[in-house]
Design a binder for this molecule. Structure first.
Ligand code: C5P
Length: 213
């Protein structure tokens, strides 16, 4: 079973995808980490002439070992860098095979990102599109960072999330919209447990329908 979980920055899609993976005992790939690792590899070079070439080379050289430094990869600054490399078509193409291979492993997988249901796994068994309003998303991300002992400026964080949202929405090579066959789950007013229960209900219902029909 392949489960695709998409949604904007800090919508809760990563937490939900991890919860679904635990529940169904499936491996989980947070595809944002791939773009974050590429963004990190070219940090400080965003304004240089070789920015695109360096990002493409970093994407082509990426392997699982580059995805382990979560403290650096999950920072808000790395998120902004990730959205800058994510607009480069060759970067997306270089990361495609890694994601596709992960999805097609025996038994299936849960992948979360922006274009899983539209581009990476249009054939997923169940697709979820997670949504939450931007203030709720900022507050959740602020709490996550504070739990790690970081000091958070909510004004700056809000604008980082907005900057990423607009770059992502305009990404000409993206596919950052809800697939026609994805279920919309708005988590603005839901806690983690309630959101996970709702997601599991959707997956169970879809799988029962598939088995029956
Ligand atoms: O999901 P996360 O917030 O970690 O993603 C960081 C950035 O990576 C996104 O803002 C987006 O620009 C890019 N991304 C992408 N496609 C994905 C996952 C992430 O372009 N499947």
């Amino acid at each position: 079973m392949i489960i695709a979980v998409d949604g904007p920055a800090a919508s809760g899609k990563g937490t939900l995808a991890a919860g679904l993976a635990r529940h169904y005992r499936l491996p989980h790939l947070d595809t944002g980490l791939l773009y974050r690792a590429v963004g990190r590899a070219i940090a400080g070079r965003e304004d240089s002439a070789d920015f695109e070439a360096a990002a493409i080379a970093a994407a082509r050289a990426l392997d699982a070992a580059h995805l382990t430094d979560l403290a650096v990869l999950t920072s808000a600054e790395t998120g902004v860098l990730a959205s800058k490399v994510a607009v480069i078509a060759e970067v997306r193409a270089a990361l495609f095979a890694f994601q596709r291979e992960f999805a097609l492993q025996p038994g299936g997988a849960v992948l979360d990102g922006r274009d899983i249901g539209t581009k990476i796994c249009p054939d997923a068994d169940v697709k979820l599109f997670i949504q939450a309003d931007s203030k709720a998303r900022m507050e959740r991300r602020a709490k996550q960072l504070e739990e790690r002992g970081l000091i958070v400026d909510r004004y700056v964080l809000y604008h980082q999330i907005e900057e990423r949202d607009s770059r992502d929405m305009l990404n000409p090579h993206g596919g950052f919209y809800k697939a026609a066959d994805a279920h919309l789950l708005d988590t603005t007013l839901l806690g983690i447990e309630a959101a996970l229960r709702a997601a599991i209900e959707i997956v169970d219902r879809d799988m029962a329908l598939k088995a029956g029909g």
